[in-house]
Write a protein that binds this ligand. Structure first.
Ligand code: PSU
Ligand code: MN
Length: 296
């Protein structure tokens, strides 16, 4: 395991925010992905926290990457998408891996990082094939606060919320009563509580800790209104992407990157702009929460 010096010296002092790398290597096209990776780190710093982009390089768990390592993740085609089940393989075989929400949470927790910003979490997929993202059971078992824009709209959102409820994951709406739908601010589904400040989130994290609960916490931040895509506008494109994935037999870990890329093409990159805007916004909120957690 290895931590960059600035991240290391921040231990116990500077609040830290973990960032994932699957969105860089598999979620967004070059050069948007590299620009985004750099911007997320800058937003976290501007808000008083230290960013720690998580990845696995030559089998080593890493928290905090150099700019050339970010560049490598954004351009290499040999970087594997690593979820929890892939971790022992990439470590033993000394491979390079980009981490999903699940494996980023796992590694962040190993490094003592409590707050993590992402775009949209994985969840229960639509359709008849049984596919539930490893992000959900990770939220049920790893005590990291995940700041997201809800679950990706390509998923079955009601089923995803039901799964989280069953497994005891607290779902907060940040400035909203609704579970946001990634590209859109509203889904018609409700969260467990609305919070309106980083301090309110920090109080809930502390209460969870005092109760001895070892689950994660989901903080759902709606995409900024100016970048929102109305649900009715994106839904036909999601439907089309889903049926193309079905026809082409795309399954397993390839399905999420395929759907995100296809929806981006079909919306003339409008969904790409929305995806970037929500990621940047989540990094800012996550940094504010990390700072609030260090204040007593
Ligand atoms: N959110 C984004 N872009 C992404 C992802 C999330 O805006 O690329 C990634 C995350 O890493 C998430 C993963 O953990 O998609 C989910 O993949 P799967 O459905 O295969 O578990
Ligand atoms: Mn899956």
């Amino acid at each position: 395991m290895s931590v960059r010096p600035q991240v290391q010296s921040a231990e116990g002092a500077l609040p830290r925010v973990a960032l994932e790398s699957t969105v860089i290597a598999h979620g967004l096209p070059y050069p948007h992905n590299l620009r985004l990776a750099r911007r997320l780190e800058a937003h976290v710093r501007e808000h008083g926290a230290e960013p720690a982009t998580i990845a696995i390089l030559h089998g080593e768990l890493r928290a905090g990457l150099t700019d050339s390592e970010l560049h490598y993740l954004a351009t290499a085609t040999t970087v594997r998408k690593v979820s929890r089940r892939d971790l022992p393989i990439v470590v033993a075989q000394k491979l390079d891996g980009a981490t999903t929400v699940a494996s980023t949470m796992f590694i962040a927790h190993r490094f003592g990082i409590e707050v993590f910003a992402t775009g949209g979490i994985g969840g229960v997929h639509r359709g008849t094939v049984f596919d539930v993202s490893a992000d959900l059971p990770e939220l049920a078992q790893t005590p990291v606060t995940v700041v997201c824009a809800g679950a990706k709209a390509i998923l079955d959102l009601p089923a995803t919320l039901e799964w989280l409820e069953t497994h005891g994951v607290t779902v907060l709406g940040y400035g909203t009563d609704q579970f946001p739908a990634f590209y859109s601010r509203e889904s018609g589904l409700t969260v467990d509580a609305r919070v309106d400040s980083p301090a309110e989130v920090a109080a809930i994290v502390r209460a969870k800790r005092q109760l001895g609960m070892t689950s994660g916490l989901l903080v759902c931040v709606p995409v900024p209104a100016a970048a929102e895509l109305p649900a009715q506008a994106v839904e036909p494109f999601i439907q089309q992407a889903l049926s193309e994935a079905d026809q082409r037999g795309i399954r397993g870990k390839a399905i999420t990157p395929f759907l995100l890329a296809r929806v981006s093409e079909l919306t003339g990159e409008a969904s790409l702009r929305t995806n970037l805007a929500l990621l940047e916004n989540n990094a800012r909120v996550a940094a504010q929460i990390a700072v609030a957690l260090t204040e007593r």
